[in-house]
Design a protein around this ligand. Sequence first.
Ligand code: MG
Ligand code: ZN
Length: 235
Amino acid sequence: MAEIKVPVVRNILQANERLAAENRSRFDEAGIFVVNLMSSPGAGKTSLLEKTIEALAGRMGIAVIEGDLQSSYDAERIQKKGVQAVQINTEGGCHLDGNMIQIALEALDLAGIDLLIIENVGNLVCPAEFNLGEHEKITILSVAEGDDKPIKYPLMFQICSALLVNKIDLLPYTNCDMEKIRKTVRQLNPAGKVFEISCRTGEGFEPWLSWIANKVAEHRKNRAQACASPRMDKH
Ligand code: MG
Ligand code: ZN
């Protein structure tokens, strides 16, 4: 039966790719840099967003799409930081897809937004396979989850352009071997950036904040150049 199952999965992913491409055009037309933030449950995605918004909201327009199985708890946390947040409830679905993002975009005012962060459903498996139209994928791993996760879930660590290793303040209380994480991730994803941070203490935040702020600025600059080019009749 395997020969039946494989084409079905491929069709789902192909349909999703079309929707993701539509989303990407929409983001580019609006000049918005979009990040797909992924991790297992409890690694610190929403805490990272709270701290990142606190630091950057005065310098750029930020909006958030929150993906969760149930509840609007995370979107409420983000709204308290004074930025637009939309909650997607997947009702048991274990990842976000391009169609869900299209629906969520209807509830957002994209004017004045420079950075849109999509917090995916907590899951190290299939979010890695479903593009949403984002410009960059970012993965968080907390040291409490163990240093074997990149070996066990390699795709999630291969496809991200940045890995944030969170909760480094807990390192003395775990058996987590940071050097093992660094080494595995270097092998899986040599071009990927690695940031070692603590959302609780703020340790290691500056390099991460500069990286993401630079990405947004680069995106803005590229768009300005594209708009100024006489060869471009549509942007
Ligand atoms: Mg969350
Ligand atoms: Zn899934």
